[in-house]
Design a protein around this ligand. Structure first.
Ligand code: OAD
Ligand code: ZN
Length: 255
């Protein structure tokens, strides 16, 4: 094995409070496309399609794209998700902060998961807050012309009662986008004795700023096929490899 592998294994073995940051790259081995690599979602459509502006202007096209590309009710957790859940059970991992909206960390058994960009499991009326499960939205799309307009409340402008998937779009905010939400995430990161960053290009703010808040004396491990803007920082150990393969090998060394 190469040096970074040995170093990363020993860092993980020593750590008692690992905070994991994940992105779309941890779910590609479950058959879900990431966004920015060669086969990513943004090779088919521009980022604008996942913006709040586009949602308001073209709700039907937005839903068509979102249901095809972001909604994966049958996807199963892969080795990467499962090993993180096992490490939480063993007390190594304290929390996962994910940008993913696929729910696969929870399906694998992880309990402390912050879904920073929300979830595709539900959608909500922007006026009354009524929650629509994704299955109900699927049904509405099949059977209704104005499926994206809440029929449980009234406002003068229909646009004010659009039903939006509970995901954070560009130009949007989510439940963690409050002072209190940020503070609790930054506390977790500051107190981590190891930050493990998996499958994210670290290009989308504010999530991409989180590694800056780690304690400078503690290591950061990045496992990502492509380069990231943090790769050459001091105290950072990088493996440009597949997450499932490397986590499986590290886990084998630990046991
Ligand atoms: P990106 O697509 O930007 O980055 C995923 C990274 O994972 C890429 O650098 C890939 O090289 C790497 N990767 C893919 N599969 C891998 C594997 N099996 N092993 C190792 N590395 C792998 O995805 P994110 O950083 O998650 O927002 O994107 C951030 C946000 O941009 C998303 O949450 C999404 C998008 O707009 C929303 O949908 C709300
Ligand atoms: Zn409503």
């Amino acid at each position: 094995m190469n040096t970074s592998f040995d170093i990363c294994t020993s860092l993980i073995r020593k750590a008692k409070n690992i905070i994991v940051l994940t992105g779309a790259g941890i779910s590609t081995e479950s058959g879900i496309k990431d966004f920015r690599s060669k086969t990513g979602v943004y090779k088919m459509a521009p980022e604008y399609i996942l913006s709040l502006d586009y949602f308001y202007q073209h709700p039907v096209e937005f839903y068509q794209f979102a249901m095809e590309n972001l909604y994966h009710p049958d996807a199963k957790p892969n080795q990467g998700h499962k090993i993180l859940a096992k490490w939480e059970e063993q007390g190594r991992v304290q929390h996962i902060i994910t940008q993913n909206i696929d729910g696969l960390h929870q399906k694998a058994g992880s309990r402390h998961v912050i879904e920073f960009h929300g979830t595709m499991k539900t959608a909500s009326c922007l006026n009354c807050g009524k929650i629509y499960p994704a299955e109900e939205m699927e049904e509405r799309i099949q059977t209704m012309h104005d499926f994206y307009i809440c029929d449980h409340c009234e406002t003068k402008r229909e646009r004010n009662r659009y039903i939006k998937p509970d995901v954070v779009l560009f130009g949007d905010a989510g439940e963690w986008f409050t002072k209190k939400g940020f503070q609790s995430i930054l506390q977790l990161i500051k107190h981590a004795d190891c930050l493990l960053v998996l499958g994210t290009s670290l290009k989308v703010t504010p999530f991409s700023t989180f590694p800056q808040y780690r304690s400078q004396n503690d290591p950061m491990i990045i496992i990502n096929r492509d380069e990231t803007p943090y790769d050459s920082l001091a105290g950072t150990y990088v493996m440009h490899e597949s997450i499932g393969k490397i986590l499986t090998q590290i886990d084998r060394e630990l046991s």
